[in-house]
Design a protein around this ligand. Structure first.
Ligand SMILES: [Zn+2]
Ligand SMILES: [Zn+2]
Length: 343
């Protein structure tokens, strides 16, 4: 089977390996159809995260269940699935206090991960990392479930009222998907802000947003022209660059809301926290994935994806397995908003 291997020295290699993956307790075996490249995968390659401490590589996958262990729940061979946090124990303190994304039962859910043609995924009564995918979604869109779950969490934390103006810092998948969802939920103007001209152009070409501007004086002026003097009702910070948080505090209105959906590496040397007090801001973090289910226990995020799939398709760059190295390169350079590799 095909496998994208990340060597200990941070090199990517395409290998053909024996399928010696034995079913393990509480796991289901999945034939991977598509797997997206996440910023956290790039951190592994850059050495910002330690590869020797990771059990899996690639977590944004869609595929078909081929085998299930007796102690696993919810799936049968032949079912179409994709990864997201779908079930936690419901018993630990975090679960009982509305924080299932910090459930004590969570552990390494995948083995060896989605950058291989076949992988095991955990699905037991106290911890599930798979949701069912309906035929209305194709394999590539389905592979966006996990990042869309995180973006949906950002959108939920934004507490949007219809008509609220939203400024999104960050033209990566997280910011863009959150913007797509907020628009679907009834936002007023949605303005996306980014640093790299190539990404700005890509985001503009989708035609989804009211404006896509640079993170510079000219961009800030354009934002003000749209949202007015008072500032934006909601600001999403999804750049991963700590100092952009200062820009977020400048852009939001009095009494506004800032949602931080970024994984930061580093700190802000001269951070001015005064606007938090002066403007009576609400600042909230959004750390997905977490659990969103409908009353009939489907994934609410899948339901949202069915509604916004045309927009999601506009932000994906699809690569065949043989071009996988390019998929990672384009994810890193910003040439692709979201790289997805198909097997
Ligand atoms: Zn991810
Ligand atoms: Zn729990």
């Amino acid at each position: 089977m095909k496998k994208i291997v990340l060597t200990k020295s941070g090199q990517l290699e395409l290998e053909l390996v024996e399928d010696d993956i034995q079913l393990q307790e509480g796991m289901v075996k999945v034939d991977v159809k598509a797997c997206g490249v996440c910023g956290s995968d790039l951190s592994l390659i850059d050495g910002k995260r330690d590869i020797t401490k990771e059990l899996y590589f690639g977590h944004e996958l869609s595929g078909i269940v081929t085998e299930v262990d007796d102690k696993s729940t919810g799936f049968k061979p032949g079912m179409r699935v994709a990864t997201e946090l779908a079930r936690t124990c419901g018993q630990c303190w975090n679960c009982r206090n509305g924080l299932p994304n910090y459930c004590r039962s969570m552990n390494d859910a995948l083995l060896p991960g989605g950058f291989t043609e076949k992988t095991l995924v955990h699905s037991t009564p106290d911890y599930g990392f798979l949701s069912l995918i309906p035929d209305t979604l194709d394999d590539v869109v389905a592979s966006l479930l996990e990042p869309t779950n995180c973006a949906y969490h950002i959108a939920m934390k934004a507490n949007l009222k219809p008509g609220d103006n939203v400024v999104v810092f960050g033209l990566g998948a997280m910011g863009i998907i959150a913007a797509i969802i907020l628009k679907r939920l009834g936002a007023g103007a949605i303005i996306c802000v980014g640093r790299r001209p190539a990404r700005q152009e890509k985001a503009r070409q989708t035609g989804i947003f009211d404006a896509v501007v640079g993170n510079d004086e000219e961009g800030m002026k354009q934002i003000q022209n749209i949202v007015g003097e008072k500032g934006a009702d909601i600001v999403i910070e999804a750049t991963g660059t700590p100092k952009v948080l200062s820009d977020a505090l400048k852009t939001v209105r009095y009494g506004g809301r800032v949602v931080v959906g970024s994984v930061y590496h580093g700190t802000i040397p001269e951070f001015d926290p005064l606007p938090i007090f002066r403007k009576e801001l609400t600042m909230v973090g959004a750390k997905g994935p977490t659990i969103y289910r409908t009353t009939d226990d489907r994934s609410a995020v899948v339901c949202m994806m069915e509604q916004v799939q045309d927009d999601l398709k506009k932000i994906v760059s699809v690569y065949d397995y043989k071009d996988a190295i390019k998929a990672f390169e384009d994810a890193k350079s910003g040439e692709a908003i979201k790289s997805v590799i198909t097997f």
